[in-house]
Design a protein around this ligand. Structure first.
Ligand code: NDP
Ligand code: 2IT
Length: 449
């Protein structure tokens, strides 16, 4: 139950309007609980229907994506773009291709993206999109035909000043390349800033590939330093997932002196007490699109266990969930706490359920919420847009330094805000309030739209 009757009404309306969107409800509630602490100080929000507008996307686009498979059979998937909020900048956010994609998931991701993008300090609104297309087991040619069909419709709705998609689960360099090629062909114009995560030879930015995982570790390192006088040095680390975010989180955690002992994919996890050999993971996942199980066949002393949630039974000092939403529930959180973990930082979007977050905070485990901890990806997308506008590119070191500065700034912004509102160290509340402040200000200034 929320303290504010206004906020409770917003939540009740959200449930009633779309009863079949549990992930979206979860993201909205997590946010409203933070706003509940300060809403009394802002009576003008209710007068202007600010929260009513904030939880309703500006536009939701849903479309048919027909394509022909390698057997000549016609396949039809569903494509979406949720353009949630453009008060502070063009819509911005990734595309996810996964059989579980539906409007509930894309609305939760789009909603989170508004707040995350605000925290970066760059002028980007919030959006998310994708499809229930499953690229697993598909040939390159099938993926290309799907991407071309998807972009044929999406191209009507995006643009460098309108909406700038990027990657997310199962959308990486290959998919962005095909999507960009089709956009350019249809427009007969080189608008590089329409997508981010592009290849380096056609307007991509150095560090974008590494950015989410690196940024996660930069923020975690700052949190450990400022809140515990500690660091990654000598720490045992477990990282769920073995995709883009997980791989580069692993790389940076090791560079900072941590020992990563476990990683996973959707079917199981590997444990390597001597420390994960990242080149083996990269060759399985990035080159061959294989299964994490193959690691245990190649590296003596390591083991593979079926079931992706089992990874959290491996004791670690630092836990970095980097796979997908809701993988850590209250029961798993209690295992993580009992194992003596000192910090949990969310690389994935909403990987921890509300009861897990509550348990971490109660137990004094440092907790960095996704909208702060994984903002490095979209922040570097913002830097890619800057470079595209300037028709220029920065060196690896320049982009990496800017990313580091942004992540350190996000930590301090969230931390200082948590202190200001009487919940020192609660970075979830701090991040929500700091992020919302800017968007609310922009929405109030722009009238009832
Ligand atoms: P990838 O597709 O590169 O990797 C996803 C990883 O998570 C894979 O190991 C995949 O296993 C696993 N995974 C996916 N779905 C599930 C599931 N339902 N259950 C268990 N495991 C699953 O995606 P990213 O690394 O880009 O994204 C990972 C997370 O990070 C997502 O939550 C995404 O929203 C978030 N994120 C990504 C950013 C980016 O820049 N890419 C930026 C900020 C957040 P398998 O191969 O078996 O499917
Ligand atoms: O969840 C995310 O922040 C992303 N998938 C990255 C979005 C982006 O526009 O770079």
């Amino acid at each position: 139950m929320l303290k504010s009757s206004y906020l409770q009404r917003i939540y009740d309306q959200t449930l009633a309007r779309d009863p079949d969107q549990p992930e979206f409800h979860q993201a909205v509630m997590e946010f409203l609980e933070s706003i509940d602490l300060v809403i009394d100080q802002h009576p003008q929000y209710e007068q202007c229907g600010l929260l009513e507008r904030f939880v309703e996307p500006e536009r939701v686009i849903s479309f048919r994506v027909p394509w022909v498979d390698d057997q000549g059979k016609v396949q039809v998937n569903r494509g979406y773009r949720v353009q949630f909020n453009s008060a502070i900048g063009p819509y911005k956010g990734g595309l996810r291709f996964h059989p579980t994609v539906n409007l509930s998931i894309l609305k939760f991701l789009g909603f989170e993206q508004i707040l995350k993008n605000s925290l970066t300090g760059l002028p980007m609104g919030g959006a998310k999109g994708g499809s229930d297309f499953d690229p697993k087991g598909k040939s390159d040619a099938e993926v290309m035909r799907f991407c071309q069909s998807f972009m044929t419709e999406l191209s009507r709705h995006i643009g460098q000043f309108v909406d700038v998609p990027a990657g997310d689960i199962n959308v990486g360099a290959r998919e962005i390349g095909y999507l960009y090629g089709q956009y350019r062909r249809m427009r007969n114009s080189v608008d590089a800033g329409v997508l981010t995560g592009k290849g380096l030879s056609f307007g991509g930015s150095l560090v974008r590939t590494e950015a989410t995982g690196y940024g996660l570790c930069y923020l975690t390192q700052e949190m450990l330093k400022c809140m515990k006088g500690d660091s990654f040095e000598g720490k045992t680390v477990a990282i769920s997932g073995s995709g883009n975010v997980a791989i580069f989180a692993c790389q940076k955690a090791m560079e900072l002196g941590g020992k990563v002992v476990a990683m996973s994919d959707s079917t199981g996890y590997i444990h390597d007490p001597d420390g994960i050999k990242l080149d083996v993971v990269k060759s399985i996942k990035l080159e061959r699109r294989g299964r994490i199980q193959e690691y245990a066949d190649q590296v003596p002393g390591s083991s593979y266990t079926k079931g992706f949630q089992g990874i959290w039974t491996i004791p670690c000092d630092i836990a970095l969930p980097c796979a997908t939403q809701n993988e850590i529930d209250g029961k798993i959180a209690r295992i993580i706490i009992a194992n003596g973990t000192i910090a949990v930082a969310e690389g994935a979007n909403m990987p921890c359920r509300p009861e897990a977050i509550e348990a971490f905070i109660q137990a004094g485990v440092l907790f960095a919420p996704a909208k702060a901890a994984n903002a490095g990806g979209v922040a570097t997308s913002g830097l890619e847009m800057c470079q595209n506008s300037a028709r220029y590119s920065w060196s690896f070191e320049e982009v990496d330094q800017k990313l580091k500065d942004i992540m350190i700034n996000i930590f301090h912004n969230a931390y200082d805000t948590s202190v200001r509102y009487g919940v020192p160290g609660n970075l979830l509340v701090g991040a929500n309030l700091a992020a919302f402040d800017k968007v609310a200000d922009a929405m109030m200034a722009q009238g009832i739209i």
